[in-house]
Design a protein around this ligand. Structure first.
Ligand SMILES: *Cc1c(COP(=O)(O)O)cnc(C)c1O
Length: 401
């Protein structure tokens, strides 16, 4: 048993992580958020819900995922490096852990229709997948720009029976798709559950998505204790909205000897302004339902973001990460597009694993850790997804064709 420290009790009843989080939404959504929070609370203490969740995670999603000792990366970096293989989940990334939890809640609330937002399409695919599995109607909002960039994922969602709605407002990317999904939810809240894809948005989403993703860290904790007989020295994960990172980190937050590092996308370099690293280079504000760090201009307008990895290309970040940063519990750093591409190549060549561009950001941080690594230093990196979806970008950027 670990000593319970204040952090594990967060958020408070208002959904706050210190000054972050909360609910900054239209009045009409409050009853739906209350209903969701209360259903969630009942569900987690209901053994039949827990049983159903475990069955699906095991037999459909493919859990537990391996904790893999990456021997060749380890000898290159002079440390013991483990990859938590979320890339081996059904649909190729961690997103389905959360989609599974939320669809079961939607069924309990008897909502016949699901909506979701998606950027790269991974959350859209995970949501379309669970909707097909449980026979619910599914509408996915996706920026027009992303619809064009991620045509394969659009086709996957359609094949799974989902309706993909292109969004042309704003920059026609993820934040605009999220705005449209929110608007839809306000109008259709009685029949519709909105499956948010990361630890963002109004309370209870950041807490709920974290809890559904925490299966990653719970497994990793048990696996490392079994394989090494002790806890890791470092946890490293990429941070877009922050769900794969929170999922790995949360079961270790009270283990204060375990150092936690979140890696954001520095895009073309923080100094160019073309990045999406709100924790490294942004400031606190309110965005899409909660208070957190975000990238904004001097007038408080959300600034455009850039990353080679569509899944990290989001100007905001989950409120709990903002709290962990301010509380000093986690360190947030960033790596550039080209460092991430190098890490994709390296992991493919050294380990025979083609990782997602998002994941590659976490792996790329290793080369900045050399002064902290010893042969017995244990590092767990969250391998959040596989790189198949990124092959077009990878072929172009690494000149493989
Ligand atoms: C969506 C995605 C991410 C970024 O989202 P988080 O909520 O920050 O985890 C990271 N990796 C992969 C593979 C993704 O699909």
């Amino acid at each position: 048993m670990t000593v319970q420290q204040p952090h594990s009790h967060l958020p408070d009843e208002k959904g706050k992580f210190g000054p972050f989080g909360g609910r900054y939404v239209p009045e009409t959504l409050i009853p739906a958020l209350d209903e969701l929070a209360s259903e969630y609370k009942t569900a987690v203490s209901d053994p039949s819900f827990q049983m159903q969740m475990q069955q699906i995670l095991r037999h459909y999603v493919g859990r537990a995922t391996p904790l893999y000792h990456a021997e060749r990366l380890s000898s290159m970096y002079n440390a013991k490096i483990y990859l938590k293989r979320e890339d081996l989940c059904h649909t190729g990334a961690h997103k389905i852990n959360n989609a599974t939890g939320q669809i079961l809640l939607a069924l309990r609330m008897k909502k016949p229709r699901i909506i979701a937002e998606t950027g790269a399409g991974q959350h859209g695919v995970a949501t379309a997948t669970v909707c097909a599995r449980f026979g619910l109607k599914c509408d996915i909002y996706m920026g027009q720009e992303d619809v064009e960039r991620q045509s394969l994922n659009v086709a996957r969602m359609k094949l799974l029976g989902a309706n993909v709605i292109p969004v042309t407002s704003g920059t026609a990317t993820l934040k605009d798709a999220t705005n449209e999904a929110m608007r839809d939810w306000v109008t259709n809240v009685r029949s519709t559950h909105y499956i948010i894809g990361s630890v963002v948005g109004p309370h209870p989403y950041p807490m709920m998505v974290r809890d559904f993703q925490s299966v990653i860290g719970r497994e990793a904790r048990a696996q490392i204790l079994e394989q090494e007989g002790k806890l890791p020295h470092y946890l490293v994960a990429c941070v877009g909205g922050g769900s794969n990172a929170m999922g790995l980190f949360y079961p270790f937050v009270n283990d204060t000897d375990v150092k936690i590092i979140g890696v954001e996308a520095a895009g073309e370099g923080i100094h160019t302004g073309r990045h999406c690293a709100p924790l490294s280079a942004g400031s606190p504000g309110v965005f899409q339902g909660s208070a957190s760090y975000l990238i904004q201009d001097a007038d408080g307008q959300v600034a455009p973001s850039h990353s080679i990895s569509a899944g990290l290309d989001y100007p905001g970040v989950g409120p709990e990460h903002s709290w962990m940063k301010e509380a000093g519990r986690a360190e947030y750093v960033s790596v550039t597009d080209s460092e991430a591409l190098d890490a994709v190549r390296l992991t493919a060549e050294q380990e025979g694993i083609i990782v997602a561009l998002e994941t590659a950001h976490a792996i790329a941080w290793l080369k900045h850790m050399s002064d902290r690594l010893q042969p017995d230093t244990i590092v767990i990196i969250n391998c959040s997804g596989r790189g198949d979806k990124d092959m077009n970008t990878i072929v172009r950027e690494l000149e493989l064709a």
